[in-house]
Design a protein around this ligand. Structure first.
Ligand code: GN1
Ligand code: MG
Length: 362
């Protein structure tokens, strides 16, 4: 029988049954993920992941966070088996296996009856997905953020991201600068519009909490009947502010276009979805948010979409060294789409302020 790809890796982990296939899985832009199919129907399938150690430069710290976060989440759940990620240890009892090329691998149980969506199928899904991320922060609210490592410093700090863009501009090819040019002015405009929020971040006026920091809609797993069951991709769970999660969630959870949508007509924001996201996300958090956190909620989505636009554009200028791409100008397409979203979400800031849930809070 043919050797299953990656068998020399997955055999290092404590797995049951007989793995017969390893198939690339999911749409992550950083790590590589494979689903391992089990021939034994009584044994689970697994997810095998190669961690990108250029992006995550301290894998022991990242793994420490994963262990702490999952065990904390598990404490208060009766149904933890399929609502909290379960890492599978190696035979030596580690959560990471280091391969012969200094490649870093880890494994999770695959949750067979659950699935993710890149875009929410309908408004009910928007609310459910949002609730899962709000609930995540709520469940982590009795875990001190200081007990987690900062795996990527200033991950969502706009000032840092703009400095990285400026450095990239200096080194970029003339051709890429030319194609990127039309975005620079809009970036300046949006930076001014969210400047007050950045000032508050710098002054430490927005409470530091344990946040997920990668609340893409496809990081929630749903049951077949549309119930949000499990929040995944905990790699960037670290100290942060609520606005990072709320904003990134709105960016991906309320639109029905792809992250790199190139047809401007398809890039639209529907109030109904926006309202559903706000309600779903904020309801679990109603009793913990402070007035200043509430005040800045309407700027969260313009801020996070801008951050993403700046990061994608930086990578485009750097010749695509960070994000995985499927076609040559994908990072430019992503940046253009995210920039447009930042503008659209900014126009919606008053609607957000007036949604029942937020109005009730302020
Ligand atoms: C990356 O790989 P993935 O999809 O989990 C990125 C996020 C971005 C996202 C954009 C560590 O996440 O910050 O929001 O792409 N993760 C890292 O799609 O940079
Ligand atoms: Mg991620």
């Amino acid at each position: 029988m043919a050797v299953v790809p990656y068998s020399e890796i997955f055999e290092k982990f404590r797995i049951d049954g007989e793995i017969v296939k390893a198939i690339p899985f999911g749409n992550g832009l950083i790590n590589k993920t494979f689903r391992l199919h089990n021939a034994d129907i009584n044994a689970p399938d697994y997810l095998l992941q190669r961690i990108n150690d250029e992006v995550f430069s301290d894998i022991p710290k990242m793994t420490d966070n994963l262990r702490n976060v999952t065990s904390h989440l598990r404490k208060n759940k009766e149904d933890a088996a399929d609502s909290v990620l379960t890492a599978v240890p190696t035979h030596k009892g580690n959560l990471i296996h280091v391969g012969s090329d200094n490649d870093y691998w880890r494994m999770f149980l695959f949750l067979k009856n659950l699935r993710s969506y890149d875009q929410a199928p309908d408004v009910a899904y928007v609310k459910e997905g949002a609730k899962a991320f709000g609930q995540f922060v709520k469940e982590m609210s009795d875990f001190s953020p200081e007990n987690l490592h900062v795996v990527i410093p200033d991950f969502h700090h706009l000032g840092k991201r703009i400095r990285q863009l400026n450095t990239a501009k200096l080194k970029a090819s003339k051709e890429r600068i030319k194609f990127a040019d039309s975005l620079f002015n809009d970036i300046d405009i949006q930076c001014k519009r969210v400047a007050e929020m950045l000032r508050c971040i710098d002054e430490g006026r927005l409470s530091t909490r344990v946040t997920h920091n990668d609340t893409k809609f496809n990081n929630v797993l749903f049951s077949t009947d549309g119930e949000a069951r499990c929040v995944v991709d905990l790699d960037t769970t670290m100290p942060g502010i609520i606005h990072y999660d709320f904003g990134d969630g709105i960016r991906t959870g309320t639109v029905d276009c792809k992250e790199d949508e190139s047809d401007p007509k398809k890039i639209a924001v529907q109030d109904e979805r926006l309202q559903a996201y706000c309600e779903g996300y904020l309801e679990p958090l109603l009793d913990i948010l402070s007035p200043i956190e509430i005040q800045f909620l309407p700027l969260a989505a313009p801020y996070m979409s801008l951050i993403m636009a700046v990061r994608f554009l930086t990578d485009y200028l750097n010749e695509d060294i960070y994000y995985h791409i499927q076609y040559p100008d994908q990072n430019l397409a992503r940046a253009t789409c995210q920039m447009r979203l930042s503008m659209l979400f900014y126009e919606k800031r008053d609607s957000i302020k007036n949604f029942r849930t937020i109005k009730g809070l302020s």
